[in-house]
Design a protein around this ligand. Structure first.
Ligand SMILES: [Zn+2]
Length: 491
Protein backbone atom coordinates (compact mmCIF):
# COMPACT_ATOMS: atom_id res chain seq x y z
CA UNK A 1 0.00 0.00 0.00
CA UNK A 2 2.86 2.37 0.75
CA UNK A 3 4.20 1.87 -2.73
CA UNK A 4 0.78 2.56 -4.10
CA UNK A 5 0.42 5.77 -2.14
CA UNK A 6 3.82 6.85 -3.33
CA UNK A 7 2.64 6.19 -6.84
CA UNK A 8 -0.46 8.24 -6.25
CA UNK A 9 1.45 11.19 -4.91
CA UNK A 10 3.74 11.21 -7.92
CA UNK A 11 0.67 11.00 -10.11
CA UNK A 12 -0.94 13.93 -8.41
CA UNK A 13 2.19 15.94 -9.00
CA UNK A 14 2.06 14.91 -12.61
CA UNK A 15 -1.48 16.11 -13.05
CA UNK A 16 -1.28 19.31 -11.06
CA UNK A 17 -0.05 21.57 -13.82
CA UNK A 18 -2.03 20.68 -16.90
CA UNK A 19 -5.23 19.58 -15.20
CA UNK A 20 -7.14 22.87 -15.45
CA UNK A 21 -7.54 22.36 -19.18
CA UNK A 22 -9.20 19.02 -18.54
CA UNK A 23 -11.29 20.56 -15.83
CA UNK A 24 -12.70 23.14 -18.20
CA UNK A 25 -13.42 20.43 -20.77
CA UNK A 26 -14.95 18.13 -18.13
CA UNK A 27 -12.65 15.32 -19.02
CA UNK A 28 -11.42 12.21 -17.36
CA UNK A 29 -8.91 12.37 -14.56
CA UNK A 30 -7.66 8.81 -14.76
CA UNK A 31 -3.94 8.63 -14.31
CA UNK A 32 -2.35 7.85 -17.68
CA UNK A 33 -0.43 4.77 -16.66
CA UNK A 34 0.06 1.79 -18.84
CA UNK A 35 -1.12 -1.34 -17.13
CA UNK A 36 1.48 -4.14 -16.86
CA UNK A 37 -1.14 -6.81 -17.36
CA UNK A 38 -2.30 -5.05 -20.54
CA UNK A 39 1.23 -5.03 -21.95
CA UNK A 40 1.36 -8.79 -21.49
CA UNK A 41 -2.09 -9.18 -23.01
CA UNK A 42 -1.21 -7.10 -26.07
CA UNK A 43 2.02 -8.98 -26.67
CA UNK A 44 0.50 -12.45 -26.28
CA UNK A 45 -2.83 -12.45 -28.10
CA UNK A 46 -2.86 -16.24 -28.52
CA UNK A 47 -2.86 -16.67 -24.75
CA UNK A 48 -6.25 -14.95 -24.45
CA UNK A 49 -8.89 -16.60 -26.64
CA UNK A 50 -12.29 -14.98 -26.22
CA UNK A 51 -14.82 -17.12 -24.39
CA UNK A 52 -18.42 -17.10 -25.64
CA UNK A 53 -20.10 -16.71 -22.28
CA UNK A 54 -21.77 -13.64 -20.85
CA UNK A 55 -19.69 -12.19 -18.05
CA UNK A 56 -21.73 -10.90 -15.12
CA UNK A 57 -19.95 -8.18 -13.19
CA UNK A 58 -21.15 -6.89 -9.81
CA UNK A 59 -21.17 -3.16 -9.13
CA UNK A 60 -21.26 -1.57 -5.69
CA UNK A 61 -22.82 1.85 -6.20
CA UNK A 62 -22.04 4.49 -3.59
CA UNK A 63 -24.03 7.72 -3.81
CA UNK A 64 -22.27 10.54 -2.03
CA UNK A 65 -23.95 13.67 -0.61
CA UNK A 66 -23.07 16.40 1.85
CA UNK A 67 -22.92 16.11 5.64
CA UNK A 68 -26.49 17.43 5.69
CA UNK A 69 -27.63 14.73 3.30
CA UNK A 70 -27.99 17.04 0.31
CA UNK A 71 -26.78 16.65 -3.26
CA UNK A 72 -27.42 12.94 -3.73
CA UNK A 73 -28.07 12.03 -7.33
CA UNK A 74 -31.65 10.68 -7.52
CA UNK A 75 -31.88 6.91 -7.73
CA UNK A 76 -33.77 6.92 -11.01
CA UNK A 77 -30.97 8.90 -12.65
CA UNK A 78 -28.52 6.23 -11.52
CA UNK A 79 -30.78 3.61 -13.09
CA UNK A 80 -30.79 5.57 -16.36
CA UNK A 81 -27.00 5.66 -16.35
CA UNK A 82 -26.84 1.99 -15.35
CA UNK A 83 -29.03 1.15 -18.32
CA UNK A 84 -26.71 3.09 -20.66
CA UNK A 85 -23.68 1.38 -19.13
CA UNK A 86 -25.06 -2.06 -19.94
CA UNK A 87 -25.93 -0.96 -23.47
CA UNK A 88 -22.36 0.24 -23.93
CA UNK A 89 -21.02 -3.19 -22.89
CA UNK A 90 -23.60 -5.27 -24.72
CA UNK A 91 -21.36 -5.91 -27.73
CA UNK A 92 -18.69 -7.15 -25.31
CA UNK A 93 -21.20 -9.60 -23.83
CA UNK A 94 -20.49 -8.10 -20.41
CA UNK A 95 -23.43 -7.50 -18.13
CA UNK A 96 -23.13 -5.38 -15.01
CA UNK A 97 -25.46 -5.91 -12.10
CA UNK A 98 -26.02 -4.16 -8.80
CA UNK A 99 -24.46 -6.20 -6.02
CA UNK A 100 -26.76 -4.62 -3.44
CA UNK A 101 -28.82 -1.54 -2.70
CA UNK A 102 -27.36 1.87 -3.45
CA UNK A 103 -25.26 2.97 -0.50
CA UNK A 104 -25.63 6.59 0.55
CA UNK A 105 -22.64 8.34 2.10
CA UNK A 106 -23.02 11.69 3.84
CA UNK A 107 -19.69 13.41 3.73
CA UNK A 108 -19.09 16.89 2.33
CA UNK A 109 -15.36 16.28 2.02
CA UNK A 110 -16.03 13.31 -0.22
CA UNK A 111 -18.96 14.93 -2.02
CA UNK A 112 -16.60 17.51 -3.51
CA UNK A 113 -13.11 16.17 -3.32
CA UNK A 114 -9.55 16.19 -4.62
CA UNK A 115 -7.70 12.99 -5.49
CA UNK A 116 -6.34 12.54 -1.98
CA UNK A 117 -9.81 12.60 -0.44
CA UNK A 118 -11.16 10.46 -3.26
CA UNK A 119 -8.63 7.75 -2.49
CA UNK A 120 -9.40 8.03 1.21
CA UNK A 121 -13.11 7.68 0.41
CA UNK A 122 -12.59 4.54 -1.63
CA UNK A 123 -10.33 2.99 0.95
CA UNK A 124 -12.94 3.68 3.62
CA UNK A 125 -16.04 2.49 1.77
CA UNK A 126 -15.00 -0.05 -0.86
CA UNK A 127 -16.82 -3.36 -0.73
CA UNK A 128 -15.06 -6.58 -1.70
CA UNK A 129 -15.99 -8.58 -4.80
CA UNK A 130 -17.49 -5.70 -6.74
CA UNK A 131 -16.49 -2.82 -8.97
CA UNK A 132 -16.89 0.08 -6.57
CA UNK A 133 -18.46 3.13 -8.21
CA UNK A 134 -18.86 6.45 -6.42
CA UNK A 135 -21.15 9.20 -7.67
CA UNK A 136 -20.18 12.57 -6.24
CA UNK A 137 -20.69 16.31 -6.71
CA UNK A 138 -17.13 17.02 -7.84
CA UNK A 139 -14.75 14.25 -8.87
CA UNK A 140 -11.52 16.23 -8.44
CA UNK A 141 -12.64 18.56 -11.22
CA UNK A 142 -13.33 15.78 -13.72
CA UNK A 143 -16.31 13.99 -15.19
CA UNK A 144 -14.79 10.92 -13.68
CA UNK A 145 -11.63 9.02 -12.91
CA UNK A 146 -10.63 5.47 -12.17
CA UNK A 147 -7.96 3.74 -10.13
CA UNK A 148 -7.17 0.25 -11.31
CA UNK A 149 -6.79 -1.00 -7.76
CA UNK A 150 -9.69 0.92 -6.17
CA UNK A 151 -12.65 1.70 -8.37
CA UNK A 152 -14.26 4.52 -10.31
CA UNK A 153 -15.54 7.93 -9.30
CA UNK A 154 -18.12 9.81 -11.34
CA UNK A 155 -19.37 13.37 -11.26
CA UNK A 156 -23.17 13.26 -11.01
CA UNK A 157 -23.49 15.88 -13.74
CA UNK A 158 -21.84 13.44 -16.17
CA UNK A 159 -24.39 10.68 -15.48
CA UNK A 160 -27.13 11.57 -17.92
CA UNK A 161 -28.77 8.81 -19.87
CA UNK A 162 -26.79 9.95 -22.91
CA UNK A 163 -23.48 10.06 -21.08
CA UNK A 164 -20.85 7.36 -21.52
CA UNK A 165 -18.61 8.45 -18.66
CA UNK A 166 -19.44 5.36 -16.61
CA UNK A 167 -18.55 3.02 -19.50
CA UNK A 168 -15.33 4.95 -20.11
CA UNK A 169 -14.19 4.86 -16.48
CA UNK A 170 -14.97 1.18 -16.08
CA UNK A 171 -12.97 0.70 -19.29
CA UNK A 172 -10.02 2.20 -17.42
CA UNK A 173 -10.76 0.07 -14.37
CA UNK A 174 -10.57 -3.00 -16.61
CA UNK A 175 -7.16 -1.91 -17.95
CA UNK A 176 -7.99 0.15 -21.04
CA UNK A 177 -5.98 3.32 -21.67
CA UNK A 178 -7.24 6.29 -23.66
CA UNK A 179 -7.00 5.90 -27.42
CA UNK A 180 -4.75 8.99 -27.21
CA UNK A 181 -2.63 7.42 -24.49
CA UNK A 182 0.55 9.38 -23.85
CA UNK A 183 -1.01 12.67 -24.96
CA UNK A 184 -2.87 13.36 -21.71
CA UNK A 185 -2.18 16.93 -20.63
CA UNK A 186 0.39 17.35 -23.41
CA UNK A 187 0.34 20.71 -25.12
CA UNK A 188 0.71 20.55 -28.91
CA UNK A 189 -0.07 22.54 -32.04
CA UNK A 190 -1.91 19.88 -34.07
CA UNK A 191 -1.16 21.60 -37.38
CA UNK A 192 2.43 20.56 -36.78
CA UNK A 193 3.73 16.98 -37.05
CA UNK A 194 3.72 15.11 -33.76
CA UNK A 195 6.99 14.45 -31.97
CA UNK A 196 8.10 10.82 -32.21
CA UNK A 197 7.38 10.30 -28.52
CA UNK A 198 5.05 12.06 -26.11
CA UNK A 199 5.44 11.68 -22.35
CA UNK A 200 7.78 8.77 -23.06
CA UNK A 201 5.32 6.88 -25.28
CA UNK A 202 5.88 6.62 -29.06
CA UNK A 203 3.29 8.61 -31.02
CA UNK A 204 1.14 6.21 -33.05
CA UNK A 205 1.72 6.52 -36.80
CA UNK A 206 -1.21 7.22 -39.11
CA UNK A 207 -0.58 3.93 -40.96
CA UNK A 208 -0.65 1.99 -37.68
CA UNK A 209 2.71 0.40 -38.32
CA UNK A 210 3.88 0.93 -34.72
CA UNK A 211 0.47 0.30 -33.17
CA UNK A 212 1.57 -2.38 -30.71
CA UNK A 213 4.04 -0.14 -28.93
CA UNK A 214 2.51 3.30 -29.48
CA UNK A 215 -0.59 5.09 -28.24
CA UNK A 216 -2.98 2.68 -26.55
CA UNK A 217 -1.22 -0.42 -27.92
CA UNK A 218 -4.35 -1.61 -29.72
CA UNK A 219 -3.97 -2.07 -33.45
CA UNK A 220 -7.66 -1.74 -34.21
CA UNK A 221 -7.91 1.73 -32.68
CA UNK A 222 -6.37 4.18 -35.11
CA UNK A 223 -3.98 6.97 -34.18
CA UNK A 224 -5.52 9.64 -31.97
CA UNK A 225 -3.80 12.53 -30.25
CA UNK A 226 -6.83 14.57 -29.16
CA UNK A 227 -6.56 15.10 -25.41
CA UNK A 228 -9.52 17.46 -25.01
CA UNK A 229 -13.26 16.81 -25.29
CA UNK A 230 -14.12 17.16 -28.96
CA UNK A 231 -17.28 17.05 -31.05
CA UNK A 232 -17.31 14.71 -34.02
CA UNK A 233 -18.47 15.57 -37.51
CA UNK A 234 -21.34 13.85 -39.31
CA UNK A 235 -19.07 10.97 -40.31
CA UNK A 236 -18.04 10.39 -36.70
CA UNK A 237 -14.50 11.69 -37.25
CA UNK A 238 -12.83 14.68 -35.66
CA UNK A 239 -12.81 18.04 -37.41
CA UNK A 240 -9.27 18.45 -36.13
CA UNK A 241 -6.71 17.06 -38.55
CA UNK A 242 -3.56 15.79 -36.88
CA UNK A 243 -0.18 14.98 -38.35
CA UNK A 244 1.88 12.01 -37.32
CA UNK A 245 5.69 12.29 -36.86
CA UNK A 246 6.09 11.65 -40.61
CA UNK A 247 3.72 14.49 -41.43
CA UNK A 248 0.88 12.18 -42.55
CA UNK A 249 -2.51 13.73 -41.83
CA UNK A 250 -5.37 11.85 -40.19
CA UNK A 251 -8.53 12.44 -38.16
CA UNK A 252 -9.57 10.73 -34.91
CA UNK A 253 -12.34 8.14 -34.69
CA UNK A 254 -15.07 9.54 -32.42
CA UNK A 255 -16.98 6.27 -32.07
CA UNK A 256 -14.50 4.87 -29.57
CA UNK A 257 -15.56 5.13 -25.96
CA UNK A 258 -11.98 5.43 -24.76
CA UNK A 259 -11.40 8.56 -26.85
CA UNK A 260 -12.31 12.04 -25.71
CA UNK A 261 -15.05 12.43 -28.31
CA UNK A 262 -18.28 13.87 -26.95
CA UNK A 263 -20.98 11.55 -25.68
CA UNK A 264 -23.06 11.82 -28.84
CA UNK A 265 -20.19 10.37 -30.91
CA UNK A 266 -18.84 7.60 -28.71
CA UNK A 267 -20.64 4.27 -28.69
CA UNK A 268 -18.23 1.34 -28.93
CA UNK A 269 -15.13 -0.51 -27.90
CA UNK A 270 -12.94 -2.01 -30.61
CA UNK A 271 -12.79 -5.82 -30.89
CA UNK A 272 -9.33 -5.93 -29.33
CA UNK A 273 -10.46 -3.64 -26.53
CA UNK A 274 -13.33 -6.04 -25.94
CA UNK A 275 -10.86 -8.93 -25.86
CA UNK A 276 -8.87 -7.04 -23.23
CA UNK A 277 -11.92 -6.14 -21.13
CA UNK A 278 -13.04 -9.76 -21.07
CA UNK A 279 -9.57 -11.21 -20.51
CA UNK A 280 -9.04 -8.78 -17.66
CA UNK A 281 -12.29 -9.92 -16.06
CA UNK A 282 -11.54 -13.59 -16.54
CA UNK A 283 -7.91 -13.19 -15.50
CA UNK A 284 -6.82 -10.75 -12.80
CA UNK A 285 -10.44 -9.81 -11.98
CA UNK A 286 -11.86 -13.34 -11.95
CA UNK A 287 -12.62 -12.91 -8.25
CA UNK A 288 -15.30 -10.40 -9.19
CA UNK A 289 -17.32 -12.83 -11.25
CA UNK A 290 -20.13 -14.60 -9.38
CA UNK A 291 -20.33 -18.39 -9.17
CA UNK A 292 -23.61 -18.41 -10.97
CA UNK A 293 -25.34 -15.73 -12.95
CA UNK A 294 -27.91 -13.73 -11.06
CA UNK A 295 -31.58 -13.26 -11.85
CA UNK A 296 -33.20 -13.69 -15.22
CA UNK A 297 -34.12 -10.41 -16.90
CA UNK A 298 -37.03 -8.41 -15.65
CA UNK A 299 -40.41 -8.66 -17.33
CA UNK A 300 -41.27 -5.64 -19.39
CA UNK A 301 -44.94 -5.39 -18.42
CA UNK A 302 -45.53 -1.90 -17.10
CA UNK A 303 -46.48 -1.44 -13.47
CA UNK A 304 -50.26 -1.12 -13.24
CA UNK A 305 -52.07 0.37 -10.27
CA UNK A 306 -54.16 -1.79 -7.98
CA UNK A 307 -55.02 0.85 -5.44
CA UNK A 308 -56.24 3.48 -5.43
CA UNK A 309 -58.17 3.14 -8.65
CA UNK A 310 -57.66 5.72 -11.31
CA UNK A 311 -59.19 9.05 -10.22
CA UNK A 312 -60.49 7.55 -6.98
CA UNK A 313 -61.52 9.95 -4.26
CA UNK A 314 -59.72 9.19 -1.01
CA UNK A 315 -61.63 10.24 2.08
CA UNK A 316 -61.12 10.39 5.78
CA UNK A 317 -57.51 9.32 5.69
CA UNK A 318 -54.26 11.08 6.11
CA UNK A 319 -52.27 8.03 5.09
CA UNK A 320 -52.78 5.96 2.02
CA UNK A 321 -51.43 2.73 0.56
CA UNK A 322 -50.41 2.89 -3.07
CA UNK A 323 -50.10 -0.52 -4.63
CA UNK A 324 -49.52 -1.86 -8.10
CA UNK A 325 -49.22 -5.15 -9.92
CA UNK A 326 -45.82 -6.69 -9.24
CA UNK A 327 -43.53 -6.76 -12.27
CA UNK A 328 -41.95 -10.22 -12.75
CA UNK A 329 -38.41 -10.34 -11.33
CA UNK A 330 -38.47 -6.74 -10.19
CA UNK A 331 -36.51 -6.33 -6.97
CA UNK A 332 -37.33 -2.74 -6.27
CA UNK A 333 -39.58 0.08 -7.31
CA UNK A 334 -39.08 3.80 -7.41
CA UNK A 335 -42.34 5.63 -6.82
CA UNK A 336 -42.85 9.29 -7.55
CA UNK A 337 -45.77 11.16 -6.07
CA UNK A 338 -46.68 14.60 -7.28
CA UNK A 339 -49.15 17.09 -5.92
CA UNK A 340 -50.90 19.11 -8.57
CA UNK A 341 -51.21 22.37 -6.77
CA UNK A 342 -54.35 24.41 -7.00
CA UNK A 343 -52.43 27.18 -8.69
CA UNK A 344 -51.67 25.00 -11.67
CA UNK A 345 -48.02 24.83 -10.75
CA UNK A 346 -46.64 21.38 -10.47
CA UNK A 347 -44.94 20.54 -7.23
CA UNK A 348 -41.82 18.45 -7.90
CA UNK A 349 -42.12 14.73 -7.47
CA UNK A 350 -41.44 13.24 -4.10
CA UNK A 351 -39.49 10.02 -4.36
CA UNK A 352 -40.14 6.80 -2.54
CA UNK A 353 -38.35 3.51 -2.67
CA UNK A 354 -39.85 0.12 -2.09
CA UNK A 355 -38.89 -3.49 -2.47
CA UNK A 356 -42.57 -4.47 -2.37
CA UNK A 357 -45.22 -3.49 -4.92
CA UNK A 358 -46.80 -1.10 -2.42
CA UNK A 359 -45.94 1.91 -0.28
CA UNK A 360 -47.64 3.79 2.52
CA UNK A 361 -47.88 7.57 2.13
CA UNK A 362 -48.40 9.74 5.18
CA UNK A 363 -49.38 13.36 5.56
CA UNK A 364 -51.52 13.69 2.47
CA UNK A 365 -53.19 17.05 2.18
CA UNK A 366 -56.93 17.09 1.84
CA UNK A 367 -58.79 18.31 -1.22
CA UNK A 368 -55.98 17.95 -3.70
CA UNK A 369 -55.29 16.07 -6.89
CA UNK A 370 -52.30 13.77 -6.94
CA UNK A 371 -50.32 11.98 -9.57
CA UNK A 372 -48.03 9.03 -9.08
CA UNK A 373 -45.96 6.70 -11.19
CA UNK A 374 -43.82 3.64 -10.67
CA UNK A 375 -40.55 2.41 -12.10
CA UNK A 376 -39.44 -1.16 -11.46
CA UNK A 377 -35.86 -2.34 -11.56
CA UNK A 378 -33.78 -5.27 -10.60
CA UNK A 379 -30.08 -5.67 -10.01
CA UNK A 380 -29.59 -6.34 -13.71
CA UNK A 381 -31.88 -4.00 -15.36
CA UNK A 382 -32.23 -0.26 -14.89
CA UNK A 383 -33.85 0.24 -18.26
CA UNK A 384 -37.55 0.08 -17.39
CA UNK A 385 -39.19 3.45 -17.74
CA UNK A 386 -41.71 4.97 -15.40
CA UNK A 387 -45.29 3.84 -15.79
CA UNK A 388 -47.79 6.33 -17.06
CA UNK A 389 -49.01 8.65 -14.33
CA UNK A 390 -51.98 7.55 -12.26
CA UNK A 391 -54.10 9.98 -10.32
CA UNK A 392 -56.33 10.20 -7.31
CA UNK A 393 -57.89 12.96 -5.26
CA UNK A 394 -58.10 13.49 -1.56
CA UNK A 395 -61.42 14.55 -0.11
CA UNK A 396 -62.32 17.10 2.49
CA UNK A 397 -61.18 15.02 5.43
CA UNK A 398 -60.10 16.58 8.67
CA UNK A 399 -56.43 17.06 8.31
CA UNK A 400 -53.97 18.18 10.91
CA UNK A 401 -52.23 20.29 8.35
CA UNK A 402 -52.98 23.93 7.85
CA UNK A 403 -53.25 23.39 4.15
CA UNK A 404 -56.99 23.06 3.93
CA UNK A 405 -57.87 24.15 0.48
CA UNK A 406 -61.57 23.86 0.85
CA UNK A 407 -64.66 24.15 -1.17
CA UNK A 408 -65.24 27.87 -0.86
CA UNK A 409 -68.55 29.39 0.00
CA UNK A 410 -71.21 28.56 -2.52
CA UNK A 411 -73.97 30.82 -3.76
CA UNK A 412 -77.67 30.02 -4.08
CA UNK A 413 -80.07 32.06 -6.07
CA UNK A 414 -82.67 33.19 -6.15
CA UNK A 415 -83.04 33.07 -2.41
CA UNK A 416 -85.83 33.28 -1.28
CA UNK A 417 -86.97 31.00 -4.05
CA UNK A 418 -90.39 31.27 -5.79
CA UNK A 419 -92.32 28.04 -5.28
CA UNK A 420 -91.61 25.44 -7.99
CA UNK A 421 -88.56 27.23 -9.45
CA UNK A 422 -85.23 25.45 -9.62
CA UNK A 423 -82.50 26.68 -7.31
CA UNK A 424 -79.25 27.62 -8.95
CA UNK A 425 -75.99 26.67 -7.18
CA UNK A 426 -72.66 28.26 -8.04
CA UNK A 427 -69.26 27.49 -6.60
CA UNK A 428 -65.56 27.24 -7.43
CA UNK A 429 -63.47 24.11 -6.99
CA UNK A 430 -59.70 23.70 -6.80
CA UNK A 431 -59.98 20.24 -8.41
CA UNK A 432 -62.42 18.06 -10.34
CA UNK A 433 -64.69 16.24 -7.98
CA UNK A 434 -67.86 14.15 -7.72
CA UNK A 435 -70.41 15.90 -5.54
CA UNK A 436 -73.91 15.38 -4.29
CA UNK A 437 -76.35 18.27 -4.13
CA UNK A 438 -79.13 17.56 -1.64
CA UNK A 439 -82.03 19.57 -0.30
CA UNK A 440 -83.03 18.73 3.27
CA UNK A 441 -86.02 19.78 5.26
CA UNK A 442 -85.40 21.88 8.35
CA UNK A 443 -85.55 18.65 10.35
CA UNK A 444 -82.94 16.93 8.19
CA UNK A 445 -85.02 14.76 5.83
CA UNK A 446 -83.57 14.63 2.29
CA UNK A 447 -86.24 15.66 -0.19
CA UNK A 448 -84.35 16.33 -3.39
CA UNK A 449 -81.07 14.94 -4.57
CA UNK A 450 -78.82 15.39 -7.56
CA UNK A 451 -75.28 14.08 -8.24
CA UNK A 452 -72.86 16.38 -10.01
CA UNK A 453 -69.58 15.75 -11.80
CA UNK A 454 -68.01 19.01 -10.76
CA UNK A 455 -64.96 20.30 -12.55
CA UNK A 456 -61.97 22.39 -11.73
CA UNK A 457 -62.83 26.09 -11.53
CA UNK A 458 -66.31 27.52 -11.83
CA UNK A 459 -69.33 25.23 -11.47
CA UNK A 460 -73.03 25.86 -11.88
CA UNK A 461 -75.93 23.52 -11.32
CA UNK A 462 -79.63 23.77 -10.71
CA UNK A 463 -81.71 21.58 -8.44
CA UNK A 464 -85.44 21.27 -9.07
CA UNK A 465 -87.77 22.05 -6.18
CA UNK A 466 -91.10 21.25 -7.85
CA UNK A 467 -93.67 20.16 -5.28
CA UNK A 468 -91.82 21.39 -2.22
CA UNK A 469 -94.10 23.21 0.21
CA UNK A 470 -93.13 26.71 1.30
CA UNK A 471 -90.71 26.77 4.20
CA UNK A 472 -87.10 26.67 5.33
CA UNK A 473 -84.74 24.13 3.78
CA UNK A 474 -81.06 23.34 3.74
CA UNK A 475 -79.11 22.80 0.56
CA UNK A 476 -76.01 20.70 1.09
CA UNK A 477 -73.00 20.21 -1.15
CA UNK A 478 -71.54 16.92 -0.07
CA UNK A 479 -68.82 14.52 -0.92
CA UNK A 480 -67.73 11.49 0.96
CA UNK A 481 -65.18 13.45 2.90
CA UNK A 482 -67.27 16.40 4.04
CA UNK A 483 -70.20 18.70 3.41
CA UNK A 484 -71.34 22.31 3.51
CA UNK A 485 -74.82 23.69 3.96
CA UNK A 486 -76.75 26.86 3.31
CA UNK A 487 -80.28 27.88 4.21
CA UNK A 488 -82.81 28.40 1.47
CA UNK A 489 -86.35 29.68 1.78
CA UNK A 490 -89.05 28.45 -0.55
CA UNK A 491 -91.91 30.92 -0.79
ZN1 LIG B 1 -10.37 8.44 -19.30
Amino acid sequence: MRLFLLLISSIILFTTGPLPAQKAGRGCGTIPEFNDWLVYFQQNPAAFPRSPKTLYVPLAVHIVGTDEGKGFIPDHEVLDAFCTLNQDYEAANIRFFLSGPFRHIRNSQYFEHDYGKGIEMMQAYNLPNAVNCYIVGDAAGNCGYAFYTLGVVLDKSCMEETSHTWAHEIGHFLSLPHTFHGWESFSHDFSQPAPTAVNGRPAELADGSNCLVAGDGFCDTPADYLNYRWACQGNGMSAQVQKDPHGRAFRSDGSLLMSYAMDECANRFSERQIDALRANLEGPRAGLLPEQPPLPPMGNAPAAPLSPEQDQLITNVSSLALSWLPVPNAEGYIVQLNLLSTLGEEIPFTMYHSTEPAIEIDGLLSERSWRWRVRPYNRFDGCASFSEAFSFSTGNFISNTKEQASLGEFRLHPNPLPAGAPVKVEFELPYAFNLQLTIYTSTGQPVRHQPLDARYGHNEASVPTTGLPAGLYWLGIEHTGGRKFQKIIVQ
